[in-house]
Design a protein around this ligand. Structure first.
Ligand SMILES: Nc1ncnc2c1ncn2[C@@H]1O[C@H](COP(=O)(O)OS(=O)(=O)O)[C@@H](OP(=O)(O)O)[C@H]1O
Ligand SMILES: [Mg+2]
Length: 485
């Protein structure tokens, strides 16, 4: 049974009630022990003698608890058959509610925290010794132990939390390549990596397996990520290690997890292990950051370490919390703080970022655009040539969401189809942080057509605000025909 603490960081009125997998949403039984008011509270649930509670019976400090009338207007249940079928046993316990997707967001953030922990360990070992953990996929992109291990770990955690029947996942890695005879050694490392990570689950507030997972269970977890997405129902989109090149080069990468319902991303969680809470680190080469971090003592809040960002569609809020460090235990809200896009509207003051590899996005086209709109470009790595901020992975989305840059553009070569897991989490987070994300025609990205962003018009444009966005869209139109794209 997963351990659960209700979600942090909402200003929406909520009434809480969780115990393990059980959700107490009955309005039949309200104990006198709930707290009413818009204030930070720690709430102790009242328990029936027959109820088996493992732990976590308190609400996070900054949840807002309100009266039932407000609750009825503002809250809805997220559905989970597991919760419903266990609810009957809980008569007389407590009646609470929370905003839609709260539990999903809570589990997703914790799972991504764990995935980042796993990735950091693997990346460190890659850097310290190139010990053969970098593999090649059919398409020649590097695939690591981390890719498969994260996919297995996140899939297992989601299935445990919501029931494997209720969890559908679209993810990048394909289990077939891991089942090949020549991958036996790699598979062994993956199984060990997954078990090492899951053993830490209680520290992250989730329940790990009672016994270490066997090879078949790990393969089953990876293989379960075989959804093709689509317009109906609910599925998760996972990029276990986005920015594989950044990962193997010891630079930026991200763990991206989004929940998509009826074709729309409703939750976005982005783990950015090498993107510290402090802004200034983004423009330094990560190797430099690593050296400096080793020289400076770790602060209690770990602001100089990586972060996890997250948002729930329609909440008007996006949040960032530091990665869990050392042997600490994750305690909500884990020093979470709200993030917002930059207020800069003037292109001359705006910083734009783009993919590092010109094979992934045309640098010459964006350079022309930057020039025509009068965009500021950054000095990077003490390099005196002006250039955009080139950052691997969805950390670019993260940079826009928290106001470290104002514009992100990606123009892949003709014929390349963008995949949903490379964008879904970032889109929700930027939009809830106040930004705008569309294709180059100004249309919303369409996550309802399967694993690809079908119908994408030319490229992806994310901006801090509508004015900048309008200017970029106009500039793309003006220069597209004369480009070679
Ligand atoms: N040819 C081509 N064109 C455009 N995009 C491609 C292409 N090939 C791959 N991909 C996908 O892009 C993801 C990496 O995008 P980034 O923005 O991180 O690029 S970069 O690494 O900074 O250059 C990358 O994600 P990861 O595979 O997770 O790294 C791919 O999904
Ligand atoms: Mg990716």
């Amino acid at each position: 049974m997963p351990l659960y603490t209700p979600t942090l960081g909402t200003k929406s009125p909520v009434l809480l009630g969780h115990c393990g997998r059980r959700r107490y949403c009955s309005n039949r039984f309200l104990t006198p022990n709930y707290v009413v008011g818009f204030q930070s509270v720690s709430l102790l649930f009242s328990l029936q003698p027959t109820t088996t509670i493992t732990r976590q019976n308190t609400a996070p400090r900054h949840m807002n608890i309100v009266s039932l009338s407000k609750f009825n207007r503002n809250c809805s249940f997220s559905s989970s058959s597991i919760m419903e079928d266990q609810e009957e046993n809980m008569g007389g316990f407590v009646g609470f509610m929370e905003p839609k997707y709260s539990r999903e967001l809570d589990v997703a953030v914790r799972a991504v925290q764990m995935a980042c922990f796993l990735c950091q360990k693997v990346q460190e070992s890659l850097i310290s010794k190139s010990n053969g953990q970098v593999q090649s996929k059919d398409d020649n992109s590097p695939v690591t132990v981390a890719d498969w291990s994260v996919q297995a770990t996140v899939s297992w955690l989601l299935s445990e939390s919501f029931g494997s029947k209720n969890v559908s996942i679209v993810a990048e890695e394909d289990v077939q390549s891991l089942c090949k005879v020549e991958s036996a050694g790699l598979l062994e490392v993956v199984v060990k990596t997954v078990n090492d990570c899951l053993a830490e689950a209680p520290r992250f507030g989730l329940q790990g397996p009672q016994m270490a997972l066997g090879t078949s269970e790990v393969l089953a977890a990876i293989g379960r990520c075989n959804s093709n997405g689509g317009p109906i129902g609910r599925f998760w989109a996972l990029d276990p290690v986005d920015g594989t090149l950044g990962f193997v080069r010891g630079d930026q990468y991200a763990v991206a997890l989004a929940l998509i319902e009826d074709g729309e991303p409703v939750l976005g969680v982005l783990g950015c292990p090498n993107y510290p809470m402090r802004k200034e680190w983004l423009s330094y080469q990560h190797r430099y950051h690593r050296i400096i971090s080793k020289l400076t003592p770790t602060t209690s809040e770990s602001w100089d370490k990586g972060c996890v960002m997250y948002a729930r569609r329609g909440s008007g809020e996006a949040w960032m919390q530091p990665l869990l460090q050392g042997q600490k235990k994750l305690v909500w809200p884990n020093s979470a703080r709200p993030i917002q896009v930059s207020a800069i509207e003037n292109p001359a003051l705006a910083t734009f970022c783009e993919p590092v590899e010109k094979s992934n996005s045309s640098h010459s086209f964006t350079a022309g655009l930057a020039h025509s709109v009068g965009l500021r470009t950054a000095y990077k790595n003490f390099d005196c040539r002006k250039q955009p901020l080139r950052v691997y992975s969805m950390v670019k989305y993260a940079a826009i969401a928290r106001g470290d840059a104002e514009i992100f553009m990606k123009f892949a070569r003709a014929g390349y189809k963008e995949k949903i897991w490379d964008h879904a989490a970032g889109v929700v987070i930027i939009q809830e942080a106040g930004g705008v994300v569309t294709d180059a025609g100004g249309r919303q990205l369409d996550f309802s057509k399967g694993i690809y962003l079908e119908g994408l018009d030319r490229g992806v444009i994310a901006c801090a605000g509508a004015k900048l966005h309008e200017k970029i869209i106009g500039a793309v139109d003006a220069s597209w025909n004369s480009s070679s794209l």
